[in-house]
Design a protein around this ligand. Sequence first.
Ligand code: ZN
Length: 291
Amino acid sequence: MTKKFLMILTSILIIVLMISGCGDQTRETAAPESSKVNNTKENDGVSKPIAEPDPVTEKQTPDSEKSEESSEDNPPEDELSADERYYVNPNNFRIYPVDKNNNKKIVLLTFDDAPYGDATLDILNILDKYDAKAIWFINGIYAVRNKPLLEEIANRGHVLGNHTWEHDFLRKMTPEQVRKEIVSVSDLIEEVTGERPKYFRPPFGQNSDISLQVIKEEGMQTMNWSVGSLDWNTPAPAPDEITKQVLSTMHNGGNILFHDKTITAQALDDILKSLSEQGYRFVVPTEVRPE
Ligand SMILES: [Zn+2]
């Protein structure tokens, strides 16, 4: 009974923390609600680093072996050996190795609101330098104007995730709009990669009942993050503040939320250098864990 209560409490806490999320940029302040939400997020993000998810869920320390996806670009799952397979825990959004005997330090890098264009290539080049793969959460509005960059991200072996078309609040949309927001981006990604995306991240970290249903129908896993870079704050933080924020809240299995922004690109080399020196490997999930 007590345990169940604790689990419910923890779930509520996580939901509250997640709402603070995908802060999303000054560039999005066009939407009237955005700035409001940004402020909320800033505060939440700073005071409670989402890095403290739940003690309730599974083992605290993911581990792992592997990966740097050497030469092959995302080989099909069934061709991967156990120590090359990872999943994101749907409760705390951390990444774990499928093989529980792996105990290497791992981290998942994610870049939202992509491909924005200003710094996308810079970020790609830094990731290559560290042999790091990431999930890029794609918005249709940016992808259609930067199609070659979308293809470049895919060609370099990264995972394309769905972040909706317009990057707006799903909860204020009609069911038809929600469906269109999500399915249209999966269609676009399929055009580029030949496969529908497996991972979904809702704008501002907020799903709706309908979006959860569409995600399920599409066979996707929804995920927020466990380490917030705060690169979405307004005014924009300096690159070294982003570096400090990430490194000070990092944990094994961390799922780091970045954005496809210039200040993030400016911080990224330092962050990846430090994480490499600490023994982290940069890995992406290879399978879906919906619930
Ligand atoms: Zn976003």
